[in-house]
Design a protein around this ligand. Structure first.
Ligand SMILES: [Zn+2]
Length: 135
């Protein structure tokens, strides 16, 4: 087939309205490649959506996330949630339960644990020694 002026103007019109090359080919009765080749020769501008976006997943570009710290993103969440609960107090007993000044540590607990960081470490060591009376 030949590219008559009429076909060419149809091609340009369809191309400009954003139709895919294969669709234009069907309308004009030519192959998709013929449409693309002709459009290229006519120096038609590449259309924004269908052609550029069609390629499948590629290597991800650097996203805005890359600007953030690559470390665990859950950390800030922890900090944000803790104060909301009114900072749960460490329940580690200080002193002897019989003493007047007996009290609990009251430090900020490790999330999911009843004790603060320091007493968590001690709890899981000293308890093994049999110091379970206070518990
Ligand atoms: Zn404590």
């Amino acid at each position: 087939m030949t590219w008559t002026d009429e076909r060419i103007s149809d091609l340009i019109r369809l191309w400009d309205s954003g139709h895919s090359a294969s669709h234009i080919g069907k309308v004009l009765g030519v192959s998709k490649n013929a449409v693309i080749g002709k459009a290229h020769r006519l120096k038609l501008p590449p259309r924004p959506s269908p052609i550029r976006r069609s390629p499948g997943p590629r290597i991800p570009k650097p996203t805005p996330m890359a600007k953030r710290t690559p470390k665990a993103p859950s950390r800030p969440v922890f900090r944000a949630t803790r104060p909301r609960h009114g900072a749960p107090a460490c329940l580690w007993p200080i002193g002897d339960p019989g003493d007047e000044d007996f009290h609990f540590c009251g430090g900020t607990t490790v999330p999911g644990k009843p004790y603060c960081d320091e007493h968590c470490a001690r709890a899981y060591v000293t308890r093994v020694r049999g110091d379970t009376r206070a518990a």
